[in-house]
Design a binder for this molecule. Structure first.
Ligand code: HEM
Length: 369
């Protein structure tokens, strides 16, 4: 193929992915339709993830009025918000519950988009930006966990950062030092301390929000110009208008979920699931208390890390991220039935590790000689 053929080919590829001629009011609003079939419920999760993200933005901005990102004051400022600022506990609870709900919806959205083969041409870039959104969402979770500067926050972050360094032991020659340098870059100093808190704070409130705005903007733009994918092998031929029918259904689901979230945030602090000493201010002189764990949405890698050789879990995780990015090309020819079965298997794994991870860990640990 000559160079000019290659350029033309690339131009045609891009034109198909970015059909800018569809950027008309008529095509984006009046004509947009959502297919109706037995998997239609899967179309709601992207919108739900977006809804929870908006709650994160609003509650996060409110928390910024009082939160202090210093080792000396972070814990006290979080206590001030919870105990003395009017509505502070509610805003904090909304932020924590909604972060978990957002991550749940992003997972569900990824799995249903996969099962419905929504990554198929011309939506490859929508899928790739989706995977980046998943990584950024994890980044929000990881960096946010440290900010209250209590025992579980600092110790769990230490464990997370330590696992980056451990990867060096499995790399050859000059590469062996890179994970340690990466850990120190994130950590900012020899041990988790003020520099780490400043970096995590900058990531959580500035860099990751900027990244998510850019990637989400692109993601939603692509969704708008391509419309919704057909979702099933044999389309029913039925569809409903996005405006106003689907949008109204979206809003009513958001309204009901907000009501539930509000009641839960009002009555049940997220922290009620942990024992109190884990929420005492971090003590740099003290020993690591029992019960240190990452957030529930990291259990699917945390428990395998506890059970299997470190290098194996790292290798599998790296391959999994690479494979996720390449899904549109790897599964180009796969039937939706195969994809649904794979999505089901992934869901069983995720639910089992998240809900029964501790029991699975104890079962296998007990069986080891
Ligand atoms: C912050 C996280 C995310 C937000 C807010 C978001 C938002 C949305 C929204 C509102 C839609 C349109 C409605 C729908 O199909 O559900 C959508 C579509 C889509 N998203 Fe996401 N998304 C996120 C993450 C992801 C992830 C992790 C993936 C997969 C790797 C992904 C892949 C897709 C695909 C392929 C579509 C097109 C669906 C179709 O045409 O049927 N998104 N996203």
């Amino acid at each position: 193929m000559s160079t000019s053929d290659r350029i033309q080919h690339a131009g045609a590829w891009l034109r198909e992915r970015f059909p800018l001629e569809k950027l008309t009011f008529e095509s984006l609003f009046q004509k947009k339709e959502v297919p109706v079939h037995h998997m239609s419920w899967g179309y709601y999760f992207g919108g739900l993830a977006l809804f929870f993200f908006s709650i994160q933005l609003v509650t996060g901005l409110l928390l910024l009025f009082y939160y202090q990102p210093t080792v000396a004051d972070a814990h006290a400022s979080v206590e001030l918000i919870t105990l003395h600022v009017g509505g502070g506990a509610l805003i904090r609870n909304l932020h924590t519950w909604s972060s978990s709900a957002m991550i749940f919806c992003v997972f569900a959205h990824l799995i249903t988009a996969f099962a419905m083969k929504a990554f198929e041409k011309p939506r490859e870039i929508t899928w790739v930006s989706g995977v980046l959104l998943l990584l950024v969402t994890f980044g929000f979770g990881f960096t946010g966990y440290l900010l209250p500067w209590h025992q579980i926050a600092v110790n769990a972050t230490k464990v997370g950062l330590q696992s980056i360094e451990e990867a060096g032991a499995y790399l050859p020659g000059a590469l062996a030092g890179i994970p340690r340098q990466l850990k120190e870059l994130i950590q900012g100093e020899a041990a988790v301390g003020q520099a780490t808190l400043s970096r995590f704070y900058a990531l959580h409130v500035v860099l990751l929000p900027l990244a998510i705005f850019a990637i989400l903007g692109q993601h939603l733009f692509m969704v708008q110009i391509h419309g919704m994918s057909q979702g099933v092998e044999k389309p029913t031929g039925k569809s409903e208008k996005f405006f106003p029918i689907f949008a109204l259904k979206d809003f009513s689901i958001w309204g009901m979920i907000f009501f539930v979230l509000f009641v839960v945030a009002l009555c049940l602090p997220f922290e009620a699931f942990f024992s109190y000493p884990l929420f005492e201010p971090f003590d740099p002189q003290g020993s690591t208390p029992d019960g240190i764990k990452p957030e529930w949405y990291f259990f699917f890698v945390y428990y395998p890390l506890e059970l299997l050789p470190f290098w194996l879990v790292m290798l599998l995780s790296t391959l999994a991220v690479g494979a996720l990015l390449a899904v549109p090309w790897i599964f180009q020819g796969a039937s939706r039935k195969t994809l649904r079965n794979m999505a089901f298997a992934a869901t069983v794994y995720l639910v089992a590790m998240t809900v029964f991870g501790q029991q699975i860990y104890e079962f296998f640990k007990g069986a080891q000689p």
